[in-house]
Design a protein around this ligand. Sequence first.
Ligand code: AMP
Ligand code: ZN
Length: 284
Amino acid sequence: MNIETKIKETIQKNKLCNKKEKILVALSGGKDSTVTAYLLKKFGYKIEGFHINLGMGDYSEKCLEAVKKLCGELRIKLHVYDIKKEMGSSMCYLRSAIQSRKSLKNCAICGVIKKWILNKEARKLKADKIATGHNLDDEAQTFLMNIFKGSPELSANSGAITRNISDKKFIPRIKPLFYVLENDVREYSKKEKLPVIYDKCPCAIDSYRIQVRKFVDGLSNEEKMNIIKNMDKMLGSQRDDSSKDDSGEPKIEKKETKINYCEVCGEPSRNEVCKKCELMGVNS
Ligand code: AMP
Ligand code: ZN
């Protein structure tokens, strides 16, 4: 099945979005989010772009240029959130300040802050959904990492659409490339000559993730797809309420995640203080 058909099928089967909704595509400048925006637009969805300028020197400048070019070519609106202006410092600085107090990996910190910004800004822009470019390889890595850590339940909200969370302040996140192999996304972005930055983020030096990525890279396409199939099986589909999988084994418990509002920033959170405020210190 070609990538376009696969993505159409993913959107329909998982009810990711419809053509009346406003979808904000989180654009990094990389191949995955670029292909996501390109295809959602091609299929006739109502999309706008959202880019976080992380203020990381040349790399961020190049990403911003690529994203501007893409949105110009697609004739879609682009919203740029400048982290230095909005939060006072670049991602590198915010991260070092956090790492002087907590031992956490670069990508983990960046991921928490980006998710917090995306939800807050998407709500301000009255978006119905946030689309990200996560592909099958990314999702297989994350699922395996959670299993290796002994915490498969950390995957409980994952899927082509965020599961088990419904709250008026939470904007559902969709991943149209969830069932598409990374190599197929790369090939497609080159074939369509999309404006993409292929360099890796200079700060992505999480050695554990790199190790797991190398392991996943060494698997066959079928094995990679089986990881995701198993993940879906364990988590159950959105519409499936049974608590056992096909073999009668219990699934990961599928409870609606209870949402509080962070005492510091008011954003939706599982705990009294959200992850971003916890990382940055409650006074920020
Ligand atoms: P990453 O965590 O860098 O692999 O990125 C995963 C997804 O998050 C990308 O496919 C984008 O949809 C989104 N994303 C990453 N970086 C940015 C950024 N600087 N601005 C907006 N969205 C981003
Ligand atoms: Zn907070």
